[in-house]
Structures are given as C-alpha cells and as structure tokens.
Design a protein around this ligand. Structure first.
Ligand code: ACO
Length: 435
C-alpha cells in the first residue's frame, strides 16, 4: 500500500480580484518558508476565466516538500538542509536518499541503499547490445534517453509501482544504471572495450573506473578528483520545478512509469537553455582562447542580442547561484592538486568580472549559473565535452525521481495547462477545386 501524502500550502488569507464582469475571492496560501501564492484552482469553475502565464514564469505547478530556493538571497536547500552543508558532509547516495525519502538515512538504511546501488549497476547483457546499434558519434544524451526507456523493457516488474519498497527498487535501478549507461556510451564513442562495474568501489569511484579503466591499466582516481565528482553530482541533484523536473512530473501525471518520465526529463535537459548550456560555455571559452573572438566583442554581441552569454542568467536566481560559488572553489582546488592550469578558467573569471560590472547584466540581474564553471571542473576530471550534459543528468536523477514519487504519492491529477486561443474563428472548408 502507498501511504498517500500530498503537500499542501496553508491558507493564510483571501485575494479579492476585480474582473470585467464580476468579483472573485481566492485563497492566499503560504509555504513553509513564507512564499505567498494565490490559489486559482477554482477560478475557471467560478468565473470562466483562466490565468495566462507564458512559459510558466509565475505559475506554481504544485506544492512540494523537496527543495527550497530563494532566488533573491541565493539560498538552496534540499529537504531543509543548506546546499553548502549537504555538499560538505554527505555522499551522493546519502543525498539521493535524502531527496527521495525526505530524511537523512540511518546507518542501516544507507548500508542497504548502497548495496542496492552496487547490485543494480550491471545492465542486462541483451541491453548491452543496444549500444552496437548507435553510430559511434551518436549524441550521448540521445543514447541516454533511449537506453533509460530500454532498461524498463528488461525490468517489466518496475513498470507498475505498487508500494514504497517497489519505488525504492526502481529508484536505485535508475540511479545505478544511468552511470553504467553513460560510461558504456563513452567507451563506445572512444572505441574502447567497455568496463564492467566493480562492486568494491563507491558510487563516484565506480563511475570513474568504468569511464577510464583500460584493459591493462586500472584507473584509480586521486581523492581530490573523486571529491570533485561527488560535489558536481550533489550540486546538480535537485532544483525544484525546472524544465526537466517539471517534464518528469508532467509525464508522470498521465500515469506513465518512472522510466518513461525520466527519459523525457533527459530530453528536456538536453536543450542549450537548460542542461545543454554547460557544453556551450566551454565552446565559447575555447573560441576566445583560440583567438576567434575577444571578450570585448563577445560582450558587445551579447548586449546587441546577437548571442546569449551561456552560463549566465537564471529564471529563479536574481542575485547569485550558491552552486556557482562552490564549483568555482572546487575548480581551483582540483587544478591546484593536479598541478594544472586551465586557461579557460582565467577567461571565465575575466568574463564574469566584466559581466557582473556591466549595466546590461546588472539591470537584468544576470549572474553566472551552475553551468558557467561546471564544465571547467569536468575538464579537470577528464570528462569529454560531449558528456557534460550526461553528467548533469546523472546528478539530477534523484531530483527527477523524488518529484515523480511525490506526485505519485499524492495521487496527482493529470497535468493539463489551458491556453488562450488566438487562431481563426470557425469557418467552412472550401472544396479543393475552388481553392
Ligand atoms: N545572455 C544575455 N542576455 C540574457 C541572458 C544571457 N545568458 N539570459 C537572459 N538574458 C536577457 C534576456 O534576453 C532578457 O533581456 P530583455 O529584458 O532585454 O528582453 C533579460 O535578460 C531577462 O531574461 P529572463 O526573463 O531573466 O530570462 P528567462 O528567465 O526567460 O531565461 C535562462 C532564463 C534560460 C536561464 C536565460 O537566462 C538563458 O538563456 N541563459 C543562458 C543559457 C543558460 O545558461 N542556461 C542554463 C540555465 S541553468 C540550468 O538550467 C541548469
């Protein structure tokens, strides 16, 4: 049995709205961190009006207990824990458990969950042959989305989730196997033999092993690199109702299974305005490094609206993105430990310095987002450019699952936005001979 729980904000007042022909009273609701909203669920039924909010800029599509963001103050919390504390004190599996289950795991729970992640790392051998069907240069996000749906074909028992234990089973399968899929597609792209997961390694170490171990040379990441990998995944683990997470909830609301919802979320993440931005940032910095464009001319082009400054701006953060700060520091730490210098980091810093002091960016409250420095960290770890958005997807898996599960526990209604129709009024079809 599923214990039903639907997060609900509490009513704290009444909004009185004057329409053309009538007045209406609607509940004002408040979340646990005092964000206020007008509950318009009854508006259409009572008045015939809908609200119009292109791109959902101002629409709360659900109440949720998972993640809190204060975009003005630069605050991000998973289940009430500040991102800075989570990043410093938790492992990725602990963070995943926290986000999906709502509380920190006990020792026994963590042991059990880690064991599940280890046991589920292998892909069915039949599934392994699917990689042969893709051309070697297939975009890894296409492979990931397709393979996530394919995994479910080999685990029909996970398609209809009946209870919490069952849900955790599906969650662990996804979190574990996504890593194996990503590493196998990297190996395929590089023409190297695939490396099977090693049950003696922890989550991040095992991923790096599957990526970089070669037949005659076992890869052992230095602790700083493993730490950077862990940080990267934790910082991407959830971010409330962003485009891909809202997609997961939207797909799940039709009753579609968790694998289908997450595969759709991967597709949403792929876009350059969302997770795909991390690749664009590095391409942009590389262009400057190669002398194909100067920082000044780039900034001028951005201000003339000829291009975006990738890795800048955010729908919610209007001051700073707390994840950027942590990533920037980690870039410094890893490069120092590896005794490496990355000229792209210097260019990124110069660009940030110019942008955050420029009227265009100040007026529009545009600051570096999570994607601005994450690519530099991934470069330092040795991850190739075409895998950056896949890395984001591995990190975001707990958030997609938790949001799907919250909606499933709450017995969500099907998501079905309305529209204001602006097309032709009713007309008759002119016979073909007369057109
Ligand atoms: N470069 C230049 N101008 C920008 C940028 C940018 N990166 N971002 C926003 N603007 C401009 C807009 O054109 C708009 O200008 P206007 O007022 O003259 O019309 C103004 O700033 C306000 O834009 P917003 O309404 O704040 O943007 P929106 O919320 O619709 O989009 C988004 C947010 C998609 C993140 C946008 O800032 C963007 O395209 N950034 C670049 C892509 C990127 O880095 N995406 C990753 C986001 S984080 C994530 O998904 C993980």
């Amino acid at each position: 049995m599923v214990e039903r729980h639907k997060p609900e904000a509490k009513r704290v007042g009444t909004a009185r709205i004057e329409l053309i022909d009538k007045r209406v009273e609607l509940p004002i609701v408040e979340g646990s961190e005092h964000e206020l909203g007008i509950d318009i669920r009854k508006l259409r039924k009572e008045t015939g009006y809908i609200t119009l909010d292109d791109a959902y800029t101002n629409t709360g599509s659900c109440s949720s207990d998972i993640t809190f963001i204060d975009g003005e103050q630069g605050i991000l919390q998973y289940r009430g824990y500040p991102i800075e504390a989570v990043a410093e004190q938790l492992t990725f599996p602990e963070t995943a458990w926290l986000i999906i289950q709502g509380e920190l795991p006990t020792r026994d729970e963590l042991r059990g969950f880690s064991k599940m992640l280890t046991n589920k790392a292998l892909l069915h051998e039949g599934l392994r042959h699917h990689f042969e069907g893709f051309p070697p240069d297939a975009p890894p996000m296409a492979v990931l989305s397709a393979l996530i749906n394919s995994v479910s074909c080999y685990h029909p028992e996970l398609l209809e989730i009946g209870d919490e234990h069952h849900m955790l089973d599906a969650a662990a399968s996804l979190i574990s196997k996504v890593r194996t899929i990503a590493a196998f597609s990297y190996k395929k792209f590089h023409g190297e033999p695939i490396v099977y997961p090693d049950p003696s390694r922890n989550y991040c170490n095992n991923f790096l092993h599957m990526m970089f171990t070669l037949p005659f040379s076992s890869y052992e990441p230095i602790p700083e690199v493993e730490r950077a990998m862990r940080l990267f995944l934790i910082l991407h683990a959830d971010h409330e109702q962003n485009c891909s997470t809202a997609t997961a909830r939207m797909v799940g609301s039709s009753g579609a299974n968790l694998f289908a919802a997450v595969a759709a979320a991967v597709s949403a993440l792929w876009g350059p305005l969302h997770g795909g931005a991390n690749m664009r940032v590095i391409q942009l910095l590389q262009k400057i490094h190669n002398g194909e464009e100067s920082i000044d001319s780039l900034v001028t082009r951005v201000k003339n609206k000829e291009t975006l400054l990738w890795g800048f701006g955010h729908r919610v953060y209007k001051n700073f993105d707390p994840r950027t700060k942590l990533l920037k520091k980690s870039c410094d730490d890893v490069l120092r430990t590896l005794n490496k210098q990355d000229p792209l980091l210097d260019i990124a810093r110069q660009l940030e310095e110019i942008a955050v002091n420029d009227e265009y960016f100040l007026e529009r409250k545009l600051y570096p987002n999570v994607d601005f420095y994450s690519g530099i960290l991934l470069r330092a770890i040795g991850i190739p450019l075409n895998m950056y958005t896949v890395m984001f997807a591995i990190g975001r898996m707990p958030g997609w699952i938790a949001n799907w599960a919250e909606s499933w526990r709450g017995g969500s209604r099907i998501y079905r936005p309305r529209q204001i129709y602006t097309g032709q009024k009713q007309r008759s079809i002119l016979p073909l001979a007369q057109r």
